[in-house]
Design a protein around this ligand. Structure first.
Ligand code: DP6
Length: 334
């Protein structure tokens, strides 16, 4: 007897938020309190193959060539349920995923991970989705994943509908429209981190500064979009750095406080500001961890990279440029 085998493979790049998503208004559907803006990175990505088959009695996960952990499998299974329901095909799946994101160094792979998983699983089940529909699905795995569907500069509009049907991302400029450099700066770190999911929840629930975040994030977003459309690097850098610091300020007010900034983080922040004083435009942004991303113009990349590598706490600097959105591969990981 022949078996059913529905298979597809997708590749998605990760993205770095220039205006951060911080706080949910709906935990289950992953609906954000504020709109956000990111740039998709070319060098960090996830490749995922999903095979739906009638030979399995439960979902299976292979993560970087080893059996995936149970908690991750539970999350992935309930995410696949959304897609199974949409397609009306109720088969279990084998998910094989390879991360080319330095996760161990605190770089999030959930954005590229859920974008690739959403794309591969919907394709395997024959759902021919638009980018908008795919973005809505990816969002329900991890909020930032809805932006990785697209390449280049991307906005995630928070939307206002209760069912999340107007909360999705769209592209502002494609990856070839404006070249900037994003340096991923890894610093020495010892602490165990609060996940961004828990961190944002605690901030919304307990920080008196969260109101301040919400009251200015829209202005910052509009300013950033204008700078991107005008290819105005300095204006973009100014607002990116300011808004990242505001996000971290909300967390310092949470109970108990969440402090992602470490001594190495501060060392990099100071050096970036010094470089600027010496005539090299560079700006930092920081997510839910100690590592720093530094924005600069391609012509200054090697000088700035070198200046950062000289710092005692810097372990590694990886350069990226704006990268592509989700794409499908014909070779599978099985
Ligand atoms: C600081 O998208 O990882 O990187 O939706 O709970 O999965 P969940 O969170 P996630 O949070 C990203 C937080 C951030 C800012 C950003 O990427 O916008």
């Amino acid at each position: 007897m022949s078996h059913i085998r529905l298979i597809a493979t997708a590749k998605a790049n990760t993205n770095i938020a220039l205006i951060k998503y911080w706080g949910k208004r709906d935990e289950k559907l992953i609906l954000p309190m504020n709109s956000s803006l990111s740039v998709t990175l070319d060098n960090f990505y996830t490749i995922t193959t999903v095979e739906f088959t009638d030979t399995l009695t439960e979902d299976k996960l292979i993560w970087d060539q080893a059996p995936g952990n149970y908690e991750e499998l539970i999350k992935i299974s309930s995410f696949l349920d959304i897609i199974r329901k949409k397609s009306g095909i109720n088969l279990h799946a084998k998910v094989i995923t390879e991360n080319h994101v330095p996760t161990a160094a605190g770089f999030a792979s959930s954005a590229s991970g859920y974008a690739a998983l959403a794309a591969a699983a919907t394709k395997a089940l024959g759902l021919n989705l638009s980018h908008k529909e795919l973005s809505i699905i990816a969002r329900q795995g991890s909020g930032s994943a809805c932006r990785s569907v697209y390449g280049g500069f991307v906005e995630w509009q928070k939307g206002s509908m209760e069912d999340g049907s107007d909360s999705y991302a769209y592209q502002i400029l494609n990856e070839n429209a404006w070249n900037i450099t994003i340096l991923s700066v890894m610093v020495a770190s010892g602490q165990k981190k609060v996940s961004s999911r828990d961190g944002m929840k605690r901030t919304v629930e307990t920080s008196p500064f969260y109101k301040g975040w919400l009251s200015t994030v829209n202005e910052d977003l509009e300013e950033a979009k204008k700078a991107i459309r005008n290819r105005d690097f300095v204006s973009l850098g100014e607002v990116v750095e300011r808004t990242a610091l505001k996000m971290h300020a909300t967390m310092l007010g949470a109970i108990p406080p969440i402090i992602y900034l470490e001594s190495g983080t501060l060392e990099v922040m100071n050096r970036v500001q010094e470089l600027r004083q010496n005539g090299f435009p560079a700006y930092f942004t920081i997510d839910a961890g100690p590592n720093v991303k530094v924005l600069c113009q391609p012509e200054n990349e090697s000088r700035i990279k070198q200046a950062l590598m000289e710092l005692g706490s810097v372990q590694k600097v990886i350069s990226c440029n704006p990268g592509e959105g989700v794409r499908y591969l014909s070779e599978h990981l099985v």
